[in-house]
Design a protein around this ligand. Structure first.
Ligand SMILES: [Zn+2]
Length: 248
């Protein structure tokens, strides 16, 4: 065989080997990190609140007289459809979806919610247009573009529900927490919960882990909050105790 052809083949073989190792390493880390997560089972969680479990992630629904308000939209559209049926909730009854961020495990069910207005943080557009990327060459994407952009501390009123939007960048450029009717705080992926205590986010999944850690401090001193609802680590109904020992 021609020497040059041989060298090219060896070079290609080495490159393919390196790529395969990176992919296997990524998948191993991904499954080991998601395997530790502790989402709650699908079901009613309060008088007007519902959780849907989609493998390692939760989305939430809040019942209003006008319809349901959703926090995020899950990672697998088929699972979300099945779990909604268990709760006797029709996707078309969902009138608003608030995205804590645009990672793929939070947006997959969006095409189901055809009657819903879609809200997300203004800064999160950077994750969609490629200005910010978690992996080189990979942009987050949404199934629709008619979203309404939210700014830090903006308040949205839907029926009897007041949603206070708190920008908590770091996990993604526009990660946002939603405080609903003062007492319920939906935190997305910016923190974890262990034995009811607030902990750091998973560094492997963060765009900027240090920034995420700084952002946690922003939500540890909000008057009137009682319940913390995370996307991957369950719920704490004792906010004061959960945040008490938090140190950056
Ligand atoms: Zn997530």
């Amino acid at each position: 065989m021609n020497k040059i052809v041989k060298r090219i083949l060896i070079g290609v073989g080495v490159l393919v080997g390196i790529i395969a190792l990176v992919v296997v390493g990524f998948l191993y880390k991904f499954s080991s990190e998601t395997g530790k997560m502790t989402p709650v089972e699908t079901g009613q969680i309060s008088e007007h609140g519902y959780a849907i479990k989609d493998e390692f992630v939760n989305m939430y629904l809040i019942k209003d007289s006008l319809g349901y308000i959703a926090i995020d939209a899950g990672k697998d559209i088929k699972v979300i459809e099945t779990e909604l049926k268990k709760l006797n909730i029709k996707p078309e009854e969902v009138i608003a979806v608030f995205l804590t961020h645009s990672d793929m495990d939070h947006v997959a069910g969006l095409p189901l919610f055809t009657n819903a207005k879609l809200y997300m943080a203004r800064n999160e557009e950077k994750m969609l247009n490629g200005e910010k990327q978690k992996m080189p060459g990979y942009n987050n994407s949404l199934s629709r573009k008619d979203y309404i952009l939210l700014d830090d501390h903006q308040t949205v009123e839907i029926g009897k529900h007041k949603i206070n939007c708190i920008l908590t960048e770091g996990h993604t450029s526009g990660s946002m927490c939603f405080q609903i009717n003062d007492k319920n705080l939906f935190t997305g992926d910016i923190l974890s919960l262990h034995d009811g205590k607030l902990g750091q986010s998973v560094k492997f999944f963060d765009l900027d882990h240090d920034m995420t850690t700084k952002s946690i401090s922003k939500i540890t001193n909000i008057p009137n909050v009682e319940v913390i609802l995370t996307s991957h680590w369950g719920i704490s109904k004792d906010y004061k105790n959960a945040v008490k020992d938090w140190k950056e």
